[in-house]
Design a binder for this molecule. Structure first.
Ligand code: GTP
Ligand code: MG
Length: 139
């Protein structure tokens, strides 16, 4: 059975463009509840750890530089079928291919700077949530 939690980050490009409020509104209107949230900034080392699965990809260096380039908003979100429904809400990795009305279609500028992260499985949602939040920070 699909789990009811996912993990997201509002990435540095969307924070710089003052789109935190707009994106959180879309998340809430799509039926997601906030279980945990923080405004923080990843060091290069932390960004490298978070995206370790992409270590061998040609864009890894660029991804780590970008994700540590400014503050982000990290959050754990709750909804039935959370992982899949959130991936639908954010749209394709490349905003040029994202469906109209998705967060990336509205707020992302390129495949690299694409406004939001969304976990791709229940297992990764759990790992990623634990990367940022202790039990005491979840409500
Ligand atoms: P996340 O939700 O951030 O994990 O994105 P995703 O699951 O839609 O894509 P994927 O996990 O394949 O890639 C992770 C991130 O790497 C993407 O969101 C982009 O920020 C970045 N990325 C992926 N492909 C490229 C690329 O071709 N060039 C660059 N510069 N960045 C890329
Ligand atoms: Mg991914």
């Amino acid at each position: 059975m699909a789990g009811n939690l996912t993990f997201t980050m509002i990435k540095p490009d969307a924070v710089r463009a003052n789109n935190i409020g707009n994106i959180l509104q879309m998340i809430n209107e799509a039926g997601f509840k906030i279980k945990a949230m923080k405004y923080t900034r990843l060091t290069e080392t932390q960004a490298g750890q978070f995206y370790e699965v992409h270590k061998e990809r040609p864009f890894y260096g660029e991804l780590v530089d970008f994700m540590s380039s400014g503050p982000i908003v990290a959050a754990i979100l709750e909804k039935d079928n959370a992982v899949e429904d959130f991936r639908t809400l954010i749209g394709a990795t490349n905003p040029a291919e994202a469906t109209k009305g998705t967060i990336r279609k509205k707020y992302a500028s390129s495949i690299g700077e694409n406004a939001v992260h969304g976990s791709d499985s229940d297992e990764n949602a759990n790992i990623e949530g634990n990367f940022f939040f202790s039990k005491l920070e979840r409500f």
